[in-house]
Every structure is written in structure tokens, then in C-alpha cells.
Write a protein that binds this ligand. Structure first.
Ligand SMILES: O=P(O)(O)OC[C@H]1O[C@H](O[C@H]2O[C@H](CO)[C@@H](O)[C@H](O)[C@H]2O)[C@H](O)[C@@H](O)[C@@H]1O
Length: 382
């Protein structure tokens, strides 16, 4: 079948570029405060605009600015006197940002009181949430203590990992069979066996002596994704540090280790390639360009699908909690916020505009949060 010209449901009618404006950073949360930053009565910061920071507003320009803004700068190890004041400004901006996105740890009592009498369902992103961001994607190993925390959480609550990675890769990292897994940004779901309105795309399998449903709404894109993967490997092979990852139903083009002077070259290669594939689109992650099918499917849809498969969708007595760090997690945060269904928790060490309700600074805080949930569940079961 010629996928370049043959749309099928749930494929969108036309190429839908990333809506950068909805991901835009508000000037009031940019962390690089100058001494002239001004407070207004409503704890609002007025920050003179600078066009040099990595967190510059991404609305004004296209994909290149989006690439620059895609990940917080690495933490400095040494600081001079000026850096100290910069660090204080950054910390202040973070604390102000937390008024809007309170810490999931310090607000735990509030979350727990809302969860009382409800069944919690946990959704966890992988990179940047369960494992710290590292330079080499193959080395994003999950710590033993994090694995233990996830295992304990999964013994208390239905738990799913929703990742941009291929499902096999994320299972290889996490190594826990008691979870549900959604790879390729939710386009490859291994979930519980139950009736669902998505029957057309569901395949029933037995895996590890367990009956599971495999849901792959973009399965017909597989040959195209492979073709694009091979072509991107070839066209980026001479760019030092560039790395192309096959995530089964999407392709990641990493530029974290590419000299920033060459970012436009990487971006240009991906943009040029997309011209030949109008049924693929580009999204941005943390120092990564993601090429994926233009289908009406994302991590938010995957959350709803899994809730439905578990028989827990749209129930007053169910509280879904989604923890994630990336732009693609925003689709899930939105679903939870818009339907007033549950809580999104953004993992970020820098202020970011988000549809999440709460925040956690880094994976170590995610682990603490999971432990608190388990402790709370056990003390409530007594
Ligand atoms: O949805 P996620 O589980 O967060 O996956 C999103 C992407 O994560 C990985 O890339 C990111 O983490 C790498 C390891 O820390 C880092 O080197 C890279 O810069 C980040 O973008 C993964 O490699 C991608 O394929 C995923 O799409």
C-alpha cells in the first residue's frame, strides 16, 4: 500500500506540523533573571527579553529555535561570583514557577486527600522521568532503587510506562513484567485483555505466559519508518555526534552531541526528508527530533486507551496520575486536565509552561513520590 498517498483512520487528513505556540515559554518563567527583573503585586516577574538564552521564547521562529530550546542547559560545576547571583535568580524563578506547579512531594497530603476512596492508575514516562537524561541514549539505565520503587508501586496500582522509545527497548531497560508498556509515543501498546472501542487495531497474543492485547494504530507505517530510518542514518553519517534511533513507529534524530554550529544541518536534513513524506511529521523532544506518522494518536490517547482497556475510563472513583518530563507528555497532561480526570506531574528542574498540575524536580524526586504513594496506600489498607 502506498502510504504516501493513502490515508486510513486514525490518520489525520494532512500533515500537521508541531504547534509550537502551544508549547511556548512565557517570558515570566524564563529562569535567567537579570538584576533588573521586577516584581509586581501579583508575584509576577517582568523580565527584560534577551535573545541569547537557551530558553528563549520558541514562538518567534521555527524549528531551529525549537531545537535550541528543547532541553535545559547542563548544570555548571564551577561558579564565579556572577554565577552565584545567576544561580540565585534561577532558584527564585523556579520557586515562583512552583506556585503554579507545586511540588508533588510537598503537596502530597493534598494529592492523597483527593485520592482517598479512589483507585489510582499510574502512568510513567521513561527518559528524564525514571532515568536521568544522559548523552548516550543506550546508557539511559534505570537504577536498581528506581526499579524497586516502580515494582512496589505496580504492586499497589495499575501502572503503565508510556515512552517515545520502542516498546522492546523500554522493556529491556525497565525489566518489570508486572507493568503495561506503550512504546513509540503510545503507538505500540501492550495492555490488558479487555474489550475496547479500538478493536480494529487490536491483536491478541500470549506473551510470557500472559494473555495480552497489542495495539498498533500505525502498523502500516512500519515499512515507511524503516525506509526513513535508513535514509536518515545515511544522510547524517558525516555529522559528528548525530545519532539516529529506530523506535519502531517513529525515528529519533539526536543532536545532543552535535556541535551547535551543525544543528541547522541536522534540522535541514530532517526537514528535507519530510518533504518526500507528507504523511510523516516532526515533533521535538529533549535535544531530539522525532519523525512520526501523521495519525491522530499520542500519549494522551494512549492514556485513555489504557484506562478503557482496564475498565477504568471516565470513572469518578479512579484517579489517573501521569508523570513525565517531555513535550510529548503534554498531550497526556492535557487529557487529564481537560477532562478533570486526574493529575499530571511535570518533571523539570527549570520553569516550563505545562498543562501539568504538579511538578517534581528530577527522577530522584519521582522515586520519592512513588515511595510516598506506596506508603500511603499501605497505611490506608490497614
Ligand atoms: O518518552 P520518553 O521515554 O521520555 O522518550 C523520549 C526520547 O527519550 C530518549 O532520548 C532522550 O533521552 C536520552 C537519554 O537520556 C538523551 O540522550 C536524549 O538527548 C533525549 O532526547 C530516547 O533516546 C528517544 O528515542 C526518545 O524518543
Amino acid at each position: 500500500m502506498d502510504l504516501k498517498s493513502n490515508p486510513t483512520s486514525p490518520v489525520l487528513p494532512e500533515n500537521t506540523p508541531l504547534n509550537i505556540s502551544r508549547l511556548a515559554l512565557r517570558p515570566s518563567v524564563v529562569p535567567c533573571l537579570s538584576p533588573t527583573a521586577v516584581f509586581s503585586a501579583g508575584l509576577h516577574l517582568t523580565i527584560p527579553r534577551k535573545k541569547t538564552g537557551i530558553l528563549d521564547d520558541v514562538r518567534s521562529t521555527g524549528w531551529l529555535d525549537s531545537m535550541k530550546a528543547s532541553s535545559p542547559p547542563p548544570k555548571r560545576i564551577t561558579r564565579d561570583a556572577n554565577d552565584e547571583s545567576g544561580a540565585a535568580d534561577t532558584d527564585l524563578a523556579y520557586r515562583i514557577w512552583m506556585l503554579k506547579y507545586p511540588s508533588g512531594l510537598s503537596s502530597f497530603e493534598q494529592i492523597a486527600s483527593y485520592a482517598k476512596g479512589k483507585k489510582i492508575v499510574l502512568f510513567l514516562d521513561y527518559d528524564g522521568t525514571l532515568s536521568p537524561i544522559v548523552d548516550n541514549p543506550d546508557c539511559a539505565i534505570m537504577s536498581k532503587s528506581m526499579r524497586a520503587a516502580v515494582r512496589k508501586a505496580a504492586n499497589c496500582f495499575p501502572t503503565a510506562i508510556i515512552s517515545g522509545r520502542s516498546r522492546d527497548k523500554v522493556l529491556e531497560f525497565v525489566k518489570l513484567t508486572e507493568l503495561y508498556y506503550a512504546g513509540s509515543h503510545g503507538m505500540d501498546i501492550m495492555g490488558p485483555v479487555r474489550k475496547s472501542s479500538y478493536n480494529d487495531h487490536i491483536e491478541h497474543r500470549v506473551k510470557q505466559r500472559k494473555e495480552v492485547n497489542i495495539f498498533q494504530p500505525a502498523s502500516e507505517f512500519l515499512p515507511m519508518i524503516n525506509e526513513v530510518f535508513n535514509s536518515l542514518v545515511e544522510s547524517t553519517k558525516d555529522i559528528a555526534g548525530a545519532r539516529v534511533e529506530n523506535n519502531k513507529f517513529c525515528v529519533s534524530v539526536h543532536y545532543r552531541n552535535v556541535d551547535p554550529a551543525n544543528w541547522p544541518v541536522v534540522g535541514g536534513i530532517v526537514q528535507d526528508m519530510l518533504k518526500d513524506y507528507p504523511r510523516l511529521r516532526l515533533t521535538h523532544g529533549r535535544k531530539v527530533l522525532e519523525v512520526r506518522p501523521v495519525i491522530n494518536w499520542d500519549k494522551g490517547k494512549a492514556v485513555v486507551f489504557l484506562l478503557e482497556s482496564l475498565g477504568l475510563n471516565e470513572r469518578e472513583d479512579v484517579l489517573p496520575i501521569y508523570v513525565g518530563d517531555d513535550r510529548t507528555d503534554e498531550d497526556a497532561f492535557k487529557v487529564l486536565r481537560e477532562g478533570n480526570r486526574g493529575y499530571g506531574i511535570l518533571v523539570s528542574s527549570v520553569p516550563k509552561e505545562s498543562s501539568a498540575h504538579y511538578s517534581l524536580r528530577d527522577p530522584s524526586e519521582v522515586m520519592e513520590f512513588l515511595k510516598l504513594l506506596v506508603r500511603w496506600k499501605k497505611s490506608n489498607a490497614l
